[in-house]
Every structure is written in C-alpha cells, then in structure tokens.
Ligand binder design. Sequence first.
Ligand code: ITT
Length: 194
Amino acid sequence: MTMKKKIVFATNNAHKLEEVAAILGDSFEVLSLREIGCDADIPETADSFAGNALQKAQYVKEHYGYDCFADDSGLEVDALDGAPGIYSARYSGGGSEANMDKLLHNLTGKSERGAQFRTVIALLIGEETQLFEGIVRGVITEARRGEGGFGYDPIFVPDGYELTFAELGAEVKNRISHRAKAVELLAQYLNERK
Ligand code: ITT
C-alpha cells in the first residue's frame, strides 16, 4: 500500500483549498491551516505574488514546522495597467461583490477588456524553496454571469470559451485555470521528488 503524502496548503480561502485538493488528486493529502491548528491571519505585505506566497508559506513553516505551500493570486486587467493584481482580495475594501462592482465600474465604456488570472505557488519542502506560476488569459464581461467559483469568476471569460468561470463550473475551471497550471507544475515536482 502506498501512503498518501501529506502537505499543508497555507490558505484561509476554502475555495482555493477545494480547487487545489481536486487538482492534486489522489496521491496527496492536502491539510488545511485549520487541520494543523493554525487560525492566524498570516501577513501578506510583499509587493509581488511570489513575495506574498513565500511570506505565507514561510510563516507556516516557521511557526508550525510543516512542509507546506501557499498560493498568492489575483486578476490583472490590461486596461487598468495590471490592477487589481496583488490587491485583488482587498480591491474595494469590501468582499467579492464590491470588488466586482468596482472593477466593472472602472471598465465602463472601455472596449479593451483583456485580463489574466495569475497564481504563484511557493513550496517549502525540506531545505528547498520552489516557485510555480500559472496564468490564464481571458476577457472581463460587462456584467456578472453564473453562480460557481469564487472571487472574480462571474466576470471572467477564459480565452477559447464563451462562458464565465462561474458558468463553466469546477470541472472545466480546474482543468484550465491559472491555479490548475501552477498546481500541475507543483504536482509534477512533488512526484519526481519522491
Ligand atoms: P489566502 O491568502 O488565505 O490564500 P485570499 O483569498 O486572501 O486567501 P489572495 O491573497 O491570493 O487569497 O487573493 C486572491 C484574490 O484574487 C481572491 O480573494 C480573489 O478575489 C482573486 N482570485 C484569485 N484566484 C481566483 C480565482 O480562481 N477565481 C476568482 N478570483 C480569484
């Protein structure tokens, strides 16, 4: 019998945890912060996705001693010079609904609707540090569509599709998303390292 490898995912975002566990599949057991007894609000004060991902992973490794990875991610909108970027979670000062309202408002009347989701995963394992990046390009809609996903999913249509991430559902999103791409690289690395 092969033992599942245990690895901690340093996130307080339940949607991310669910997506990553689904993408990593059967060979890993992904532990949440709650499962290791961490309820801290981990600082995110760096000025890049990679910096924040490292900061979150380092916090857990230092305070709890586990091998772990963290994801920092966000939406980068071409017509807004890459905003909200690393500020995606706190763009409006409110939650996801207010964030989408602000973004749609800032794009009112703009025909250039290109954008991308980006994820950087930082992995701390043994003495090693590794970074994995995933990007998915798409366009921002004029209005919300769909009930699935989280964050900006109702207003993002990935290239090659007509539906938003929120309409496409988890099965499709978890195959093509920024997070899927980064997690695939993470899984490949962890599998080769075994
Ligand atoms: P942790 O830091 O605890 O992981 P968080 O939600 O604060 O959780 P981030 O700091 O990485 O995560 O912020 C990412 C934000 O970017 C997230 O709150 C969403 O608003 C947006 N985002 C990231 N990935 C997304 C996705 O797959 N679909 C929709 N929005 C996403």
